[in-house]
Design a protein. Structure first.
Length: 460
């Protein structure tokens, strides 16, 4: 059940959220290790995680000692006092903590120098865009509708469009029927979930759904395809495959040689598990490759998302003044970032991805994702500052008390900052920050309350 923000809300140590329905995180990674071995890839750190070694989710909410480890010099050799840090960062924690504490979040709206909301938002967005390598440049969308299915109460279209020269993005566009146009528009974001094989299909209803996908939806979304449900409720919806998911997933040369990781055929569960394990193993490599050539995962996602809204707004059925977004997990981060960086968004629902980065750095560093990394951004704003750029738009944030991705303290700190920003802006009623008695999920009850929130702020 939803409830008010409590003091001292604590995550439940030792519980692993289900990455695939019916599997704990440990079981999922163990299967991944086996799958990697089957295709001839080294399991690397996955085998350690499967055994619980260096898994920050086993750390609970322990506080790290604040007195730094002492470094002594003797005859030119550095000697380190062996002191437990209480964090996954071990002996390197004091050094990294010192770097982290240099940030003063100089562009937080809560700083005394900021009073005018719109001027603050323009400044922060401008400074962040200076740091993000990818730019949203004028580009013809070359949009192409390749499929159209009339589903009775809505129409589902399969669309491809260009988000930048040479970047083709697949999307589903869902348009309600039997309504008065124009209708409000929604950009919906799929999760990570360790499930790379599908992207947009995780939240869109499709025919002849694979049992593995059905199970995944049951574990993360209460068995529902919420983007389709929200369309049936009267919203025009667009859902894209994020880079590295679905039609844009990693397919190795070995996959092609063996004729696997091929969605044109109905592959068995084992093949899908192997494809997901391979993608998990290679994720770090692709982040390194992007950084090496001066690009960022975050910027690619943000540019694609902005361009997806550009396309949606070419449709005469959509009201450009009533735009919202929603997502779970990494989809929640994408919703937070998108709502903050695109001024056209008037309402957002962020599910299962809110914390102060300081707490995440200390106790959940392995739960971060490359999409969050833009060098220098942490010196300007924290995650709750970023999502608060949506203000005065309606912002709902949902967190499960059993969600182990973040510490309870980190969530509470983020909620407090968002509440303070909306209070300083004079619109405290437009931020609804909720806890649920559940794990990392977007269940049916949460979906119903999210829909009610979107209707409240995007109604005609």
């Amino acid at each position: 059940m939803a409830g008010p923000v409590p003091d001292g809300n604590r995550a439940l140590p030792g519980r692993s959220e289900a990455i695939m329905p019916g599997l704990s995180r440990r079981e999922f990674v163990a299967r991944g290790v086996e799958a990697l071995a089957a295709v001839g890839l080294a399991p690397s750190a996955l085998s350690l995680i499967a055994e619980g070694v260096n898994d920050c989710r086993n750390q609970g909410d322990r506080e790290a000692p604040m007195s730094p480890t002492r470094y002594l010099s003797s005859e030119g050799k550095m000697m380190v006092e062996r002191t437990q840090s209480g964090t996954p960062l071990g002996s390197l924690y004091p050094f990294l903590r010192g770097l982290q504490q240099q940030s003063r979040f100089e562009l937080s709206f809560l700083n005394e120098g900021f009073h005018e909301l719109e001027a603050w938002k323009a400044l922060v967005r401008s400074r962040l865009w200076e740091l993000i390598p990818e730019k949203v440049v004028p580009c013809h969308s070359n949009a192409e509708v390749v499929e159209r299915a009339d589903k009775g109460d809505y129409v589902r279209e399969k669309v491809y469009f260009d988000s930048s020269p040479g970047t083709r993005v697949p999307a589903y566009v869902l348009m309600p029927k039997h309504v008065r146009y124009p209708v409000p528009g929604l950009v919906c974001f799929h999760d990570h979930g360790g499930m790379y094989y599908w992207g947009k299909e995780k939240i869109v209803e499709v025919e002849d759904e694979h049992p593995v996908l059905t199970e995944f939806k049951r574990g993360c979304y209460g068995g529902r395809s919420y983007a389709t449900d929200f369309c049936r409720a009267g919203f025009a919806v667009i859902v894209i495959d994020a880079f590295y998911w679905g039609e844009r997933r990693f397919i190795s040369d070995g996959d092609i040689a063996r004729g696997v990781n091929d969605r044109s055929q109905r592959e068995p569960r084992r093949a899908i598990e192997q494809a997901n394990a391979q993608s998990m193993q290679a994720e770090d490599m692709f982040a390194r490759a992007l950084a090496l050539i001066g690009h960022s995962w975050q910027g690619i996602w943000l540019r694609d998302e902005i361009r997806s809204l550009d396309y949606l707004l070419t449709r005469p059925e959509v009201d450009p003044d009533r735009i919202g977004c929603v997502g779970l997990s990494i989809g929640g981060f994408r919703a937070a970032q998108f709502a903050g960086m695109d001024p056209r968004v008037k309402c957002a629902v962020v599910v299962g991805w809110m914390t102060s980065y300081g707490e995440m750095f200390c106790y959940r560093p392995a739960n971060t994702h490359y999409c969050q990394y833009v060098t220098g951004a942490y010196g300007l704003v924290d995650l709750p500052d970023l999502v608060s750029l949506c203000c005065p738009g309606g912002l709902m944030v949902m967190h499960g008390r059993q969600d182990q991705l973040f510490t309870a303290k980190g969530v509470a700190e983020a909620y407090a900052k968002i509440k303070a920003v909306y209070g300083k802006a004079g619109v405290p009623d437009r931020a609804d920050l909720r806890y649920y008695d559940g794990p990392h999920e977007f269940n049916i009850e949460m979906q119903a309350e999210a829909l009610a929130w979107l209707r409240r702020w995007l109604a005609a």
